[in-house]
Structure formats: C-alpha cells, structure tokens
Design a protein around this ligand. Structure first.
Ligand code: AMP
Length: 281
C-alpha cells in the first residue's frame, strides 16, 4: 500500500474508487473500504480532519488522530493508496478552493444544517477538492452521516459534468453488537456514558417498530425525544423526514428517523430507515 501526503507524489491515482475519511478508522470505515473492492482501481482512502467543516465550538482540536493505526487498518481492509494530506496540501495559501453551490438538502431541512451552520459548506468544499484532485470514478459514503450522503449526491448531480460518470455509492451503517453506530467519536465517550449513547439506537429501533404500525410521524418524534431524554441525552434534534428531501413527510414516500444528541460533551448522530425502501442515488 502506498502512502502519499501530496498530490504530486501520487502517480496513476485517478479513475479509481475513493473512500473519504477523517481517520480514527473503525469497523464502519473498514466496511466502506471492503465494499469498494470490486470498484475500479486504485482504491484510495483519504484521511484528512477537515478544519472547514468544524464550527468554532466544535471538536476539531480534540478529534482523535491515529495515523499509524489507520494505515494498518486501511491496508488490512484492502486499500491500494492512503492519501493523507496536511491542511496546506488541501488548501494551498495561494490557491483559493471554492465552495460549490450548496444543494437544498444542505440548507433547508433544519437538521445538521441548523445545528452546525458552516458544516456542509466545509464538507462540500473538501469533497469537491478531493474529487478534483483524485478524479475518482466512484466514491463511497456511509449512511451513518445520512444528510451528508444526500448532500454529496446532490452536489455531484448539480455540478453536472465537472466529474463525469462519478458514482456515489452508499454503505449501510455499521453498528457494534449492542447496536451503537460505530463512530470515531465513540472513543471520546467515558465508559459510563456508553449506555446512555446506546439510547440513540434504542430510540431509533422503537421508532422503526411504531412506524411499522402506522403511527404518525409527529407521534414518533415525540416518542424519540422522550426516550432520548430518559437516557439523559441532550437532544439537538429527533426528526422523522422524507428519506430523499429530508423535509417533513407528506405521505406515501419512504421516511427516515434522524437524531443528533450529546452525551458527556460528545455529539453523536444516528438515523434509521422507517420503511423498507433502501437508499438509491
Ligand atoms: P468520518 O471519518 O467520520 O468522516 O467518516 C468517513 C466516512 O465513513 C463517511 O462516509 C461516514 O458516513 C462513514 N462512516 C462513519 N461511520 C460509519 C458507520 N458506523 N457505518 C458506516 N459508515 C460510516
């Protein structure tokens, strides 16, 4: 496996599959890398803790950085190349890196967009930059960050032929045995907070069961809030939304429950499909 820190060190990098990450790799990331195996080569894993997608009160400085372990994990999972640039390589001081026009799903739902106002402009900026530099033919994203997955998909669609033929591949959320969604931030949870964090999964499971009985979205949302609060979680949002637009459901379309909540100063997000329909690009 080749490890490169600047784009000029990368030979024959284009046309393959890209798995963008912020490192602190766990089994969720590894599953994304595995699922990219049949895609065109080379398989590139990028590792970059992108400062522009963190707000002033966010955890950019505290975000776990574990490059040596990440390189071993990426190699085990089958990566051909790890691209681990520093901030200067991604955002050269004399080279303006524009933010693409944000799609509606990045600004209108009132979910991550409302609680982390600059987040999706940073995500679109770094993802567009990676696509421009690496010219992949496919890129894999996790449903764990469901709004991000839709934002990237819509950005690629809106940018038209900027990245011709680029396919966005979605991978389902990978969970621990008890149901907690794998996240690099789980490493920041004190041991006693893990049970509380499990409240996200349990609330979503309950939402899925009640949705199957035809319960109204508003009632499901109230139930989500009360379950999360019972676990002592500080809730940013708990919402049932149209699975494609992330706006309020109008009936007849697939829906998704999405949650963001804090425990012991760690902000966790999770989501779950409430109907059988799977995500399609
Ligand atoms: P991150 O390093 O957290 O920015 O995540 C990099 C990619 O891995 C994103 O596409 C995430 O959605 C995805 N990812 C993170 N955690 C999981 C998980 N538990 N299951 C599936 N995908 C994940």
């Amino acid at each position: 496996m080749q490890v490169v820190h600047t784009i000029s060190d990368l030979e024959n990098g284009s046309g393959g599959a890209l798995v963008p990450t912020m490192g602190a790799l766990h089994k969720g990331h590894e599953a994304l890398i595995h699922c990219a195996q049949p895609l065109p080569r080379p398989l590139i894993v990028s590792i970059f803790v992108n400062p522009t997608q963190f707000g002033p009160g966010d955890d950019w400085q505290r975000y776990p950085r574990t490059l040596d372990a990440d390189l071993a994990a990426a190699e085990r999972a089958g990566a051909d190349i790890v691209f681990a640039p520093d901030a200067e390589a991604m955002y050269p001081p004399d080279d303006e890196v524009p933010v693409p026009t944000l799609p509606a799903v990045a600004t209108t739902p009132g979910l991550e967009d409302a609680h982390r106002p600059a987040h999706f402009s940073g995500v679109c900026q770094v993802v567009a930059r990676l696509f421009d530099l690496l010219r992949p033919s496919a890129a894999v994203f996790g449903e764990k960050d469901y709004q991000q997955l839709l934002v990237v998909t819509e950005m690629v669609r809106a940018e038209g032929d900027r990245w011709p033929g680029l396919q966005i591949v979605a991978h389902p959320t990978v969970r621990d045995e008890d149901g907690l969604a794998m996240s690099s931030r789980n490493a920041c949870l004190p041991p006693e907070a893990r049970n509380q964090a499990l409240g996200l999964y349990q609330a979503l499971e309950s939402a899925r069961r009640t949705a199957a009985n035809g319960t109204e979205p508003r009632t499901i949302e109230r139930d989500l809030y009360s379950r999360l609060r019972q676990h002592g979680l500080d809730v940013d949002y708990a919402a049932v939304r149209d699975a494609r637009t992330l706006l309020r459901p109008t009936g007849g379309q697939p829906t998704r429950a999405l949650i963001a909540a804090r425990v012991s100063g760690v902000r966790l997000i999770d989501n779950m499909a409430l109907s059988d329909a799977e995500w399609h690009a």
